[in-house]
Design a protein around this ligand. Structure first.
Ligand code: GLN
Length: 489
């Protein structure tokens, strides 16, 4: 078994089924790799003992050919935003650096029930706030990709699910979970040459997922290919009475439909996504994506999403507003860190001052400002109204088309430390991903080529609510025709 590194979930599953490999062997293989690539800083917590136990159980199931789950024996990384029972869960923050939950998030529970094996908890931007994985209390994550013009330069993996993306790209695990509030699955997937799927809001339960902005947060998979994405999403989602926004819609058999093609599917191309700063390599790749889909029988239609340019400012009002409310619970009394003070007020102040990093503090200040009396109508309420307009734009567009093709990000992975001094420039990374988040729509990023420096580019496909299937079908065609998996070697 020379190249376990290149395995996808579906290939590993074959090997496990015909017993040419065991889950314990796979698990040990990835643990060795994790130890050899500590420099990437992908994991906050490694769970070797847990993984061995889980993989032994899977091997027993394969042996008995009984109760084999969709992810049986597959070693994965879990973004450290999902609470795992009795396993430290930090959200990338000092304030939770010793937090050990006594319950399991529904998404992780679903994955364990399908047989997945937990290798460890992956690094992330603090409370999932960021686009470069540079805001984590546990240090920044490094992208395994290198620019061929400067092979010494360390690049960001994107964020906030940067640890997950970098770990999958460096073959330290077969797949990993992410969470996406405004792009945190799609953008790092795009920067690391991977498939990142943010399903429809409500597809995955948010129970046990540490909250950032509750009306936007969604869990989803980061994988090496589209088929794996469909397998893992199917394993993650479920209706859950513990999350009142979780959906009762039937969950399709995603892996079955992935390869059905795009014949007759109408693909919308929005002019408004030709944003300032859109890199020319990325734009060229977008045009290629259009041609690939056309050549497979899709119909290309020009559409308009007129409020696109308001999406970013709207997001950066609503997300901090919700975050400021969600983060009020970290008061030094009930969770994690507590700093002492002479009275209760001082305990709060000292704890939050020392426990939160700068980006989180910035968001809390913006959030409390836009929610405060006198500014609420001007900012928060206005942003809610604009959110509705953005959502209406999509509904109108979907009268004419079945999905929308755009780039995932305006540029490719950049150097660690770049854009760090200017939060606004950092926020511009999300300009193409936040609209689908505000409208709660399913959106996938699929690797579609390399730029002049040899760095991955991703294309995004957005579809109607609960139509992840169309995202998968179109993404599969792009994956095949771009030949990305050959390009990367
Ligand atoms: N980069 C965006 C932000 O910083 C999105 C983060 C996310 O999706 N969690 O808010």
């Amino acid at each position: 078994m020379s190249n376990l590194s290149d395995l996808t979930i579906s290939q590993a599953k074959e090997l496990l089924l015909n017993r040419s490999i065991s889950s314990v062997e796979l698990t040990k293989f990835f643990f060795d790799k994790i130890s050899n690539f500590k420099n990437l800083n992908c994991f906050i917590t490694e769970t070797f003992d847990q993984a061995l136990k889980m993989s032994k159980i899977s091997d027993e199931k394969y042996k008995l050919k009984k109760d084999i789950g969709l992810m049986e024996g597959i070693p994965i990384g879990m973004k450290d935003l999902f609470c795992t029972n009795q396993i430290k869960t930090t959200a990338g923050s000092k304030i939770l650096k010793n937090f050990i939950p006594f319950y399991e998030s529904t998404v992780s529970k679903n994955l364990w029930e399908e047989g997945a094996v937990l290798l460890g908890k992956t690094n992330l931007d603090e409370f999932a706030m960021g686009s470069a994985n540079t805001t984590s209390f546990f240090g920044n994550v490094v992208n395994p990709w290198k620019s061929k013009n400067d092979i010494d330069k360390k690049l960001v993996p994107g964020g906030s699910s940067g640890g997950s993306a970098s770990a999958v790209a460096a073959d330290l695990c077969l797949a990993a979970t992410g969470s996406d509030t405004g792009g945190s699955i799609r953008q790092p997937a795009s920067f690391c040459g991977l498939v990142g799927m943010k399903p429809t809001y409500g597809r995955c339960s948010r129970f046990g997922m540490i909250a950032f902005a509750s009306s936007l947060d969604q869990a989803g998979p980061i994988t090496k290919d589209v088929l794996d994405s469909s397998i893992m999403l199917k394993s993650m989602c479920s209706y859950d009475k513990k999350d009142s926004t979780s959906s009762k819609m039937e969950i399709p058999d995603f892996p079955k439909i992935v390869k059905l093609g795009v014949k007759g599917i109408r693909v919308g191309i929005p002019d408004e996504y030709i944003v300032d700063g859109l890199n020319s390599n990325v734009n060229d790749n977008w045009q290629k994506g259009i041609e690939w889909l056309k050549s497979e029988g899709a119909e290309i239609i020009e559409i308009n999403l007129p409020h696109t340019q308001s999406a970013l400012p709207t997001y950066y009002i609503l997300a901090p507003a919700e975050a400021s409310a969600n983060l009020a619970r970290y008061d030094g009394i009930r969770f994690g860190l507590r700093e002492i003070g002479k009275d209760l007020d001082e305990v709060y102040k000292n704890t939050r001052a020392s426990g939160f990093g700068n980006e989180v503090k910035r968001r809390i200040m913006i959030g409390t400002y836009v929610l405060s009396a006198g500014y609420y109508d001007a900012y928060y309420l206005k942003a809610l109204k604009v959110r509705k307009l953005i959502s209406d734009d999509f509904s109108k567009a979907f009268e004419k088309c079945d999905c929308i093709l755009t780039p995932t990000t305006p540029g490719v992975a950049f150097g660690i430390g770049e854009k760090q001094d200017d939060p606004l420039e950092m926020y511009l990374n999300d300009v193409l991903t936040v609209p689908a988040s505000l409208a709660g729509l399913p959106a996938i990023s699929v690797p579609s080529g390399l730029n002049d420096e040899g760095l991955p580019i991703g294309l995004q496909i957005v579809a109607r609510p609960f139509d992840e299937e169309t995202c998968f079908k179109a993404a599969f065609v792009i994956e095949q025709l771009s030949n990305f998996n050959k390009l990367k070697n």
